[in-house]
Design a protein around this ligand. Structure first.
Ligand SMILES: C[S@@+](CC[C@H](N)C(=O)[O-])C[C@H]1O[C@@H](n2cnc3c(N)ncnc32)[C@H](O)[C@@H]1O
Length: 298
């Protein structure tokens, strides 16, 4: 099984590589998809909701396809994966990667808060790293519930930025940068600590049999040596919102210099590091008065 997964991870990376030399918003998204692919795929594949994935699946805010392309691979020709995003360029990249690795997806351009999808038409609706950016995540959960059939599942994958442990501990300016990022996202209406709130949000949106799984990602220092491209990626990540953070007064140029220098010192440390993805799964209830899982006439 691991050989099959390794092979798949390599194929997706090769299919994605041609998009990496364009400097722009997708470069970072694709790099983080590639660098975390293997470690996030293994626990996802063991989760019952993904194991039994079949029928029709909708990925809301699919971006360049980090989750959707894996789902299309798992369900094969027997199912249908639809991807939705409001960004046509991201969807074009997703479609190209899907074609190159030989999986089928149907792409829809649209708004997560007003899904252009029929009621109860999906067996499962998923979303990864979208809710943390939204002012009104509940409205999107309500839409995801509407388009998923009774008894079907809605699966949300997102972060909680304070679930981050290191030994030796994070340097102070890098820690301050992470905190500033959280504040900036909150000022824009988002929430990088949404992981812990997913249970409450799903309850409020009316889902049943909710589960929240926390998948730890552990990185173990230098035993496999240093990887220049990952270090470069981390430096690019540090500078991605630099202007916004400085303009909003959350950091100074000097803070960035100090954080960069600490980040580079950290690359040489043989460090234990752990963060986590939160996966919340909820079941869409049967309509009030229904007596079985089979809709009328079915
Ligand atoms: C951080 S990316 C995550 C992409 C992908 N799910 C992944 O895991 O890599 C968030 C995506 O949500 C999309 N998005 C944000 N707000 C949206 C909205 N209101 N409707 C549709 N898509 C949205 C963005 O265009 C972007 O592609």
């Amino acid at each position: 099984m691991n050989g099959e997964i390794e092979n798949w991870v390599r194929r997706v990376a090769e299919a994605s590589e041609s998009f990496l030399d364009r400097k722009g918003p997708y470069d970072w998204l694709i790099k983080q998809s590639i660098y975390t692919h293997f470690q996030r795929l293994i626990p996802l594949l063991s989760m019952s909701c993904f194991k039994s994935a079949g029928g029709s699946i909708l990925d809301v805010g699919a971006g360049t396809g980090a989750l959707a392309i894996d789902l299309a691979w798992r369900i094969g020709d027997g199912g249908r994966v639809t991807v939705l995003d409001h960004d046509p360029e991201a969807l074009q990249i997703l479609r190209t990667i899907a074609e190159r690795v030989g999986v089928r997806v149907e792409a829809l351009i649209g708004d997560a808060a007003a899904l252009p999808v029929q009621d109860a038409s999906q067996d499962m609706t998923v979303s990864r790293f979208l809710l943390q950016h939204l002012r009104d995540p509940l409205a999107v959960l309500a839409q995801m519930r509407r388009v998923t059939r009774p008894g079907g599942r809605v699966v949300i994958v997102d972060v909680d930025d304070e679930v981050w442990v290191m030994e030796p501990p994070e340097f102070p300016h890098v820690a301050a940068w992470r905190k500033a990022l959280r504040t900036l996202q909150r000022q824009k209406g988002g929430d990088r600590q949404i992981g812990r709130k997913l249970y409450g949000l799903m309850r409020e949106a009316g889902f049943e049999a909710i589960q929240v799984l926390v998948i730890p990602f552990v990185r173990l220092g230098l035993q496999q040596g240093r990887r220049a491209e990952v270090e470069q990626f981390k430096i690019e990540r540090l500078f991605r919102e630099r202007d916004e953070l400085i303009d909003s007064g959350l950091m100074t140029a000097g803070d960035f210099e100090a954080a960069l220098s600490e980040l580079q010192q950290g690359f040489a440390l043989d460090r234990f590091e752990m963060d986590a993805e939160f996966v919340a799964v909820g079941v869409v209830p049967e309509p009030v008065g229904a007596t079985s899982g089979v809709p009328d006439g079915g």
